[in-house]
Design a protein around this ligand. Sequence first.
Ligand SMILES: [Zn+2]
Length: 270
Amino acid sequence: MKEILDAPFMQEMIRTASLMYDHGWDERNGGNISLMLNESEIREYLDPERVLRSIPTGFTAPELNGKCFLVTGTGKYFKNVQYAPEANLGIVRLARQGQQAELLWGFTGGGQFTSEFPAHMMSHIARLKADPLNRVVMHCHPANLLAMTYVHPLDEREFTRTLWQMCTECVVVFPDGVNVLPWMLCGTNEIGEATAEKMKTARIVVWSQHGIYGAGKDLDETFGLIETVEKAAEIYLKIAHLPLVNTITDDELHQLEKRFNVKAREGYLN
Ligand SMILES: [Zn+2]
């Protein structure tokens, strides 16, 4: 068996969690990440027949039965992931139609997956239907985006258009726009279902007064997506109180669509 801490997926996960912490997106135990792994990918590093513990998930997800995830732990701090990955991360395989998570590695000391596991798994299901290559769901608390949900209308078209107008490359990076949920109680199946519903049409779901959910085919892409949205929100907060003299026009956004061969969300441009 190879050393699992040297596995590319593990290194990338540790690097990403540390970077997210360094960006100030994951204070205390805030934020969580889940990365779908192929069983063939982990077989070099662990015996998939050796189940350490079975943990009830509290939901059913037949679509993900047998799928493995590297996921951050509940109550764990992103700042500590790099120093003790085996205590702060775990690899679980969903069994019994998703009602059980079989722990294959990690969560030493009796830990378990993030309390937002339902939102993650339901989001994976929704994104896989939209894009079979989707592997990552990421949640964090970027300050500028969070602040924006206090002062900007939460209408999804308006919210998206504002973000697109803040940096030239936004429409290229997230042409599907951002979907927005009102404030909801976190850690519940209800917010999980609502997030998954929003994930059907966009890779970014804003949780008002809380944070953001992003999805993508790998950790880099998903991190970059959140980074881009957060940068746009930062620009917005720098200018929102000033008289607007210039902006990126709809005609210019159409030019970007053409140049970069992307299609902005239907009906979002004039
Ligand atoms: Zn959160």
